[in-house]
Design a protein around this ligand. Structure first.
Ligand SMILES: *[C@@H]1O[C@H](CO)[C@@H](O)[C@H](O)[C@H]1NC(C)=O
Ligand SMILES: *[C@@H]1O[C@H](CO)[C@@H](O)[C@H](O)[C@H]1NC(C)=O
Ligand SMILES: *[C@@H]1O[C@H](CO)[C@@H](O)[C@H](O)[C@H]1NC(C)=O
Ligand SMILES: *[C@@H]1O[C@H](CO)[C@@H](O)[C@H](O)[C@H]1NC(C)=O
Ligand SMILES: *[C@@H]1O[C@H](CO)[C@@H](O)[C@H](O)[C@H]1NC(C)=O
Length: 354
């Protein structure tokens, strides 16, 4: 009897695993013109860890035909509950490339499990350059995107070392990738940077934006003018007292002085890309195609806690161009059961790379 139950559990686990990796949401097709759907999603770190496996969560999903108590749950739910919704939010939109923030190693591994073998990811834990702390990882669908090179730098005064900016709440990183989009009319090289700036130190955010701007400009130079995409949680809205990082990124304020070794490593020849900035794709897509919500951060008391609503998660394109933003949407994390997949919302952008 016990053996039978175990066999049953085993089979159940097996089928769930299989289902997870073969679910076809909105199927992305090989583009003819370089279009790629990108997302950025701050997952909220796994602050209520448990030992529930992905397979256990899948096996325990409620009957989809039965209505849950409307907004029955309130506040933050464990990652083991949120992760299925995060994955569904991304996959139902046909995303082929996305950056996450706040993911601990368990979260990154869980997403990789749910995404299945068509996907791969890059990134390191910010606290040791290995597995400790939060990852600003990049996930990509291998059917459409090929990874050529990648690295991580720290958003501090010593960017090539595992390090924290004085006064910052945490160590902060940027994951930088050189990738190739496969299209039916040939490959397109591009660079992609994904980051999470500090929540406490405006100085860190300004320095972080300055380092990222320098690196993004170098990527544009390195790729002979190829497209550069930057996503992230900047903890910096476009206006107000905390807007310094956004303003530096978009050219409204000059960059801050950065580490000389970094500046030299990622220097471009004088007279090249002199006015390079990052363009906010929300302002570049045709207005009719900009939809969804305004705020990208809601907190876990949504929808009541309107005071914390802010737009701090962005998708940028390097001002050297070679891209067209065709669509932009801030999604939602809240479902009828009251579960918020995260205290942030996913941000989606359709970009046509040239
Ligand atoms: C590229 O093609 C997609 C459909 O495949 C379309 O939605 C998009 O607007 C096109 N991009 C441009 C810049 O025309
Ligand atoms: C998870 O499992 C480990 C090892 O079995 C145990 O030490 C830990 O306390 C468990 N954590 C929780 C939250 O149950
Ligand atoms: C710049 O960064 C490098 C590598 O992280 C470090 O060795 C060097 O000391 C830094 N320079 C200054 C002036 O802090
Ligand atoms: C992409 O970059 C690689 C170098 O990393 C280069 O060999 C290749 O020719 C480039 N492809 C295109 C389409 O520009
Ligand atoms: C580039 O310009 C700066 C200041 O305009 C100057 O200090 C530097 O020497 C120049 N570098 C080269 C390689 O010409």
């Amino acid at each position: 009897m016990q053996g039978l139950i175990f066999a049953h559990l085993f089979l159940l686990g097996f089928f769930c695993l299989k289902a997870a990796s073969s679910v076809v949401w909105k199927r992305a097709v090989m583009p003819a013109n370089g279009s790629v759907r990108v997302a950025t999603y701050n997952l909220r770190f796994d602050s209520m860890p448990d030992n529930i496996t992905v397979q256990q969560t899948l096996a325990a999903l409620p009957d989809p035909l039965t209505a849950p108590p409307f907004l029955g749950k309130t506040g933050e739910q464990p990652w083991s509950t949120r992760r299925i919704k995060v994955w569904q939010d991304l996959m139902s939109e046909g995303v082929v490339l996305f950056g996450i923030q706040e993911g601990l190693v368990r979260q990154v591994n869980d997403l990789a499990t749910l995404l299945g073998s068509e996907w791969a990811w890059i990134g390191v834990g910010r606290d040791d350059g290995k597995q400790a702390g939060e990852f600003s990882a990049i996930f990509y669908n291998k059917n459409f995107i090929e990874l050529r090179e990648w690295d991580t730098f720290w958003l501090s005064n010593t960017p090539f070392d595992v390090s924290r900016f004085p006064g910052a709440g945490s160590l902060r990183i940027c994951t930088a990738a050189r990738m190739t989009l496969k299209t039916t009319s040939g490959p397109i090289n591009f660079s992609y940077l994904n980051t999470h700036l500090d929540d406490q130190s405006d100085g860190q955010r300004r320095l972080g934006a300055s380092l990222i701007l320098q690196r993004a400009r170098f990527e544009a130079f390195h790729s002979q003018g190829g497209p550069v995409i930057v996503t992230g949680d900047f903890n910096s809205p476009s206006t107000g007292t905390d807007s310094g990082a956004y303003m530096i990124a978009t050219g409204a304020l000059p960059p801050e002085p950065i580490n000389a070794t970094f500046a030299q490593t990622f220097a471009v020849p004088n007279g090249t890309l002199t006015n390079f900035v990052l363009d906010d794709l929300k302002a570049k897509a045709p207005r009719a195609n900009v939809g969804g919500n305004f705020a990208t951060f809601t907190g876990f008391n949504s929808p009541g806690d309107t005071a914390s609503f802010t737009r701090i998660d962005f998708v940028f394109g390097g001002s050297n161009g070679k891209w067209t933003a065709t669509q932009y949407k801030v999604g939602t994390s809240l479902t009828d059961d009251g579960v918020l997949a995260s205290d942030h919302r996913p941000v989606f952008a359709d970009i046509t790379l040239q």
